[in-house]
Design a protein around this ligand. Structure first.
Ligand SMILES: [Zn+2]
Length: 103
């Protein structure tokens, strides 16, 4: 697992994810990479079918509000529920949310 990065516009500070070539706010093309560590599950949906994938297994994805204030869509574990805190990683470029272990 690697860290997941979002782009922060070096001109207007707007966060962008997934990656774009220019800022949708100001058109700037310079970005800083900011790592995302945690977020909170806002909404969960299940992808039951995927075009072109015969052996697809239903998979949960979540709309996650990150600590930076932007939302990302990430694959999550089955046990994750709305409101749960997740660690966010990148798995080959795909965002993945893992439950923060209870202590
Ligand atoms: Zn900008």
């Amino acid at each position: 697992m690697e860290k997941l990065f979002v782009q922060k516009c070096s001109n207007c500070n707007k966060f962008t994810f997934p990656k774009k070539y220019f800022c949708s706010e100001c058109g700037n093309t310079e970005f800083d990479a900011i790592s995302i560590n945690e977020g909170k599950v806002e909404e969960i949906s299940v992808i039951r079918h995927m075009l072109g994938q015969k052996d697809w297994k239903p998979r949960k994805i979540a709309n996650i509000k990150t600590a930076l204030g932007i939302y990302i869509t990430a694959g999550i574990e089955d046990a994750a529920q709305v409101g749960d805190a997740l660690y966010i990683y990148s798995d080959n470029g795909a965002p993945i949310g893992k439950l923060v272990e209870e202590k």
